[in-house]
Design a protein around this ligand. Sequence first.
Ligand SMILES: Nc1nc2c(ncn2[C@@H]2O[C@H](COP(=O)(O)OP(=O)(O)O)[C@@H](O)[C@H]2O)c(=O)[nH]1
Ligand SMILES: [Mg+2]
Length: 369
Amino acid sequence: MGIPEKIKAIQDEMARTQINKATEHHVGILKAKIAKLKREQEENVVKKSGIKQDGFDVRRSGDATVVFIGLPSVGKSTLLNKMTDAQSTVGAFRFTTLTVVPGMMKYRGARIQVLDLPGIIKGASTGKGLGKRILSVARSADLVLLMLDVFQPYHENVLVNELGNIGIRLNTLPPNITIEKSAMGGIAVAQQVKLTKISEKHLKDLLHIYGIVSARVVIREDVTSEQVADYIAGNISYSKSLTLLNKIDLVDKAFIKELKTKIKSDVIEVSANSDINIDLLKDKIYEKLKFIRIYMRPKGGETDFKEPLIAREGDTVEDICNKLHRHLKKQFRFGMVWGKSVKFGGQRVGLTHILLDEDVLTIIKKRGM
Ligand SMILES: Nc1nc2c(ncn2[C@@H]2O[C@H](COP(=O)(O)OP(=O)(O)O)[C@@H](O)[C@H]2O)c(=O)[nH]1
Ligand SMILES: [Mg+2]
């Protein structure tokens, strides 16, 4: 039996199974089997065709990269032109954007690269058209903007599903578990928190599907079976997203109010054409990317408060060194910090020190360098 037939057989079995408490476990296992087969199928296609999977070649630049994902004609190109210095072709026809068009948005001192991609359609993840390549650009982005037309809000599910199919999860963190394969001894599970969404038996069955019979599993979070399957399968990206509703100039307030009750996530309503809420959108993007500003003070000199270095939440002194100069890390002796991340001004810190917004930083190099 080939992979498609195997998938079909399991799908048929699922269709025959009534979902209730008693069958929940069984259905979960069937789902995991399908997910595994689909991945294998995917890998076969890639191997046979020799298609490069990494999608379009876009040189990343700026402090962060944001991509638009949406169906054709929702207004992605129009919005890119409004937000950045780019000139992307806008058309009343579908598929006007055929390549990736990058634009740079400068906002509150940060340089944010925004990528306009061709529209995707339902089924994009299974290789219709350029779909998969387009979706894979989202994998390397710092933020995905899901863009919807005010008259087609239900397309949000399509976008989330298509991204999900190629292993991109939105607005969730990787599950806090570890699974270490061992040579023998069966599967040992250490639960630091109690599992309520999946039983230990289910967990072991999942591991078996992936051929793991001996492993040490540490559970630090109450995970679902999907999260465990993701962890075992690997190659999953966890991205942040924001949902936009465009063309609100075409409807009234009552229409939007009604609509918002139907969309799951928080949405930002904009009109690219009529310039509504564009600054609000920039604000939301900036906030979501969690930038921090670091003011550099040269040794014995004045702090540069005018042009902060733009970093991201969680960045360390080492990250800053890397931004400044390729070899600085090697020359680094210690840092001095004034601000929220230290107990007192001028505190000495090492490369692993995590900085906070508006810290002042001096880097002291090794002698003679
Ligand atoms: N009424 C209205 N039309 C818009 C808006 N934004 C874009 N459009 C129109 O929608 C069509 C498709 O826009 P385009 O930017 O090419 O969409 P894309 O395929 O998603 O890149 C064009 O005719 C735009 O003028 C908007 O905010 N309001
Ligand atoms: Mg376009």
